[in-house]
Design a protein around this ligand. Structure first.
Ligand code: PLP
Length: 421
């Protein structure tokens, strides 16, 4: 693929901004549903059941989460507010995973209260959990293969990662959990982020299946669920192809026969925690050109900033850019596309070939549906943008308003200041 189609024409953007001013993130419900269905269809063969627990941190908006829940997804939470967000939309118990690290006591208590499946990040968390919240019937262990696997740029090498148990700790951990009264067991790993190579995920399944078989053999403990984590990438660049989910599924299916059935672990449930590949490609940051500037380079200044999308500034990540109404013009200009934050890495693109841009043009930044709005922040007094959802019937709804100065001030107490004065 060399083209990334933009779902918004200039007249459509003109219509939307009459009701909702830029900047905003724009999500497409129909596409999100299609992607969710593609996953559940691809893994419908799993004898013990398949479920993707959408990583809430990727897009923590209850309107989108409800759509995903309707499509059969559960949720992976890593904090107390994320657990509460799920409870707000009526999702509790086995539809929730709680995958945290450096976990505070109250979060374990909350996870127990809503009945989430607790995924333990460290062997020391077993006695900690027992002390602060009690031992649940089901528990999952997060495995970090360390030098046995290679990571990638975003997540780094597993040996350097702060997450999970070593291999030896996994064995000791299940022994300890069993002694403390856990009766049902899960095994988790997450070793990649934004990975497009489908074989990587098949290898991860092999690693986890083999470890589950070894645990069965050595400890007599039967793992009932493996969680392969998230991390399936998306084609941010026009020349990249999406990961082939059906290919991943077929590869895992073969290993299931070879390892899981042979190891007498069938039926084994398979879970994943994908966030990015479910909603990422179906979100767009829509922004308006405020100024253009010509110095040593050509700049386009938007009304959005890296507070609305920090991936380019943080990771140097590529996000494709379309200019509605100028789709057919030649890309014969080169721009740095910036926000207004007082940080020189507040750039959505550097040296990007684009059509000639004028003040008032709209700029659509692609693939912001995961880790986009969610990573926003208020540095420099920047206020986070709104979120809009296009329903399958074509209607556009605001599902989060833009922040206001009052929101920015909400944690400050000016009356105290007066009293001191
Ligand atoms: C961030 C995260 C995910 C989701 O990752 P994606 O790249 O969005 O698929 C899943 N599981 C855990 C534990 C995470 O930290």
């Amino acid at each position: 693929m060399t083209e990334k189609p933009c779902p918004l024409s200039r007249p459509e953007v003109d219509g939307i901004v009459e009701r909702f001013p830029t900047p905003f993130h724009f999500y497409e419900e129909e596409r999100i549903r299609e992607t969710a269905r593609r996953f559940s269809n691809a893994f419908a063969w799993v004898p013990g059941g398949y479920r993707n627990y959408f990583a809430v941190k990727a897009l923590p908006n209850p309107h989108v989460m409800r759509v995903l829940h309707e499509e059969g997804m559960g949720f992976d939470c890593s904090s107390l507010p994320e657990l509460l967000l799920c409870e707000q939309i009526g999702v509790t118990r086995e539809e929730l995973f709680f995958t945290s690290n450096d976990t505070p006591a109250e979060e374990f208590r909350e996870a127990r209260r809503v009945g989430a499946r607790i995924n333990l990040d460290d062997i020391s968390h077993i006695p900690f959990l027992e002390r602060v919240a009690g031992i649940p019937e089901f528990a999952c262990i997060r495995y970090n293969p360390g030098p046995l696997r290679e990571g990638n740029a975003i997540i780094g090498s597993p040996e350097e990662a702060k997450y999970g148990f070593t291999r030896d700790q996994v064995i000791d951990g299940y022994r300890l959990l069993q002694r403390k009264g856990v009766r049902r067991f899960g095994l988790h790993t997450m070793v990649a982020s934004n990975e497009l190579n489908p074989d990587y995920f098949i290898e991860t399944a092999r690693m986890v299946f083999e470890l589950a078989a070894e645990i069965h053999e050595r400890l007599g403990i039967r793992i009932e669920l493996v969680n392969l984590g998230g991390g399936i990438g998306i084609p941010y660049r026009p020349d990249q192809d999406p990961a082939d989910i059906e290919y991943v599924s077929n590869g895992i299916r073969k290993l299931y026969g070879d390892i899981v059935v042979q190891g007498e672990l069938d039926p084994l449930a398979i879970a994943m925690e994908n966030g990015r590949c479910i909603t990422g490609p179906h979100g767009y940051l829509v922004s308006r050109v405020r100024h253009t500037k010509q110095t040593y380079k050509q700049f386009v200044g938007l009304d959005a900033t890296m507070a609305d999308l920090m991936r380019p500034g943080m990771y140097g990540a590529y996000h494709h850019i379309s200019v509605p109404g100028k789709e057919h013009l030649p890309l014969d200009e080169e721009y740095d596309v910036t926000g207004s934050l007082c940080e020189n890495n507040d750039k959505f693109a550097i040296d990007r070939k684009l059509p000639k841009i004028e003040v008032g043009d709209y700029v659509v930044i692609h693939d912001t549906g995961a880790h986009g709005h969610a990573m926003g922040f208020n540095y420099n007094g920047k206020l986070r943008a709104a979120e809009l959802l296009r329903r399958p019937d074509g209607s556009v709804h605001r599902i989060r308003r833009a922040e206001t100065v009052e929101d920015y001030f909400a944690t400050l107490d000016f009356t105290q200041l007066d009293a001191e004065g």
